[in-house]
Design a protein around this ligand. Sequence first.
Ligand SMILES: Cc1ncc(COP(=O)(O)O)c(C=O)c1O
Length: 399
Amino acid sequence: MQIPQNVASELRRLAEHGTLNAYLYDTAPMRARIAHLAGIMPEGVEVFYAMKANPHAAFLSAAMQAGARGIEIASLGEAEKAVAAGFSAQQLIYTGPGKSVEELSWCVQKGIRSIHIESLTEAHRLHAICKAAGRTQDVLLRINADFDIHEAQTTFSGGSKKFGVDEEKLGDILPQILALDSLHFRGLHVYAASGVLNVADLLKNCELVFGMARSIETAYPGVLCDIIDFGGGFGVDYLEEGHDFNPQGYAHGLARLIAEYGFAGRTFFLELGRYLAADSGWFCTEILDIKDSRGKKQVICAGGINHFRRPAALAINHPLAVLRMERAPLFEGQEAVHRESVYFGGPLCTGADKLANDVYVEAADVGDIAVFGLAGAYGLSMSNIEFLSHERPQEIVLD
Ligand SMILES: Cc1ncc(COP(=O)(O)O)c(C=O)c1O
């Protein structure tokens, strides 16, 4: 990985002001990705930003400036941040299991675009709230399809899952949801997996959902799945193997499926997090110590899984580069890294505090800055921020 010029020069400036531990954000790549998708996707596709990837105001404002259709929220906290960033209630869609009465009531009161029902209990809870408020609410039904995507980093459907209702139970559950007269059934939500690089796998998911929509419409005359939500899932190349996701291939494949199934005129949601946000952020943390432990170098940084948990949580190395700071050693014989594979960890008192393992580094000294790329998505937002009560990393927006 190359450290971009604007990131490197900001890091050199910051390093003059104490121990460096920060996320640096430049949302230009995110804006370009959203604009590109808007230009290539078939008619009817609406791109939402899944703000769980990064709820920082700069990312929300990038989504707005670049023309994202809206925001996919998964909590009341996210809803409030999206509204504060200027999104209207009609630009919000709400997904995720375990929605509380307070969260659903807020959505109904504000009149958000759609709520994606994850179970029969949730449908009844929402129906009761709508009845009490004298309102109806557009809903999608989330399905746990009997299908999984083998190579994905995280799968959301197939097997026993907490997401949605099992596909084979649809015949029992759907009529019960259709009978709840304050819920306006608009269609299906099937999110198969996250971090998928193979377009064919995601298109297989689209085809499967189209098949489901068709069977429902055949079985229940008058019922239309006029919105179909494919969730997120577009991957990024963490391993730097040159396997970038091909959005153009996806767009062509989806257009072909829409034509094949006669689904032109319908609406298709994409709720993308990682693909939009990942390459707009870097986690940058100062190397505080380097030790040789039984033949392997242990590189200890100012921030660990409290600030950047994803590499440990998903057992994956992010792209890494070391910004050399040319600091004088504290004593003669101080350890350094020289052309070897090493371990990077943080300052926490747990062996799980891993930033990267078996990662080859040309050279690193104490005082240099470890820069982890593709950290714009699921960086700080999925970290153990309270663990050991270290100061929060700074979040610095470059653009
Ligand atoms: C319901 C839902 N939509 C969208 C996303 C975003 O997924 P991704 O970052 O893979 O695009 C997630 C991620 O967990 C999700 O749970």
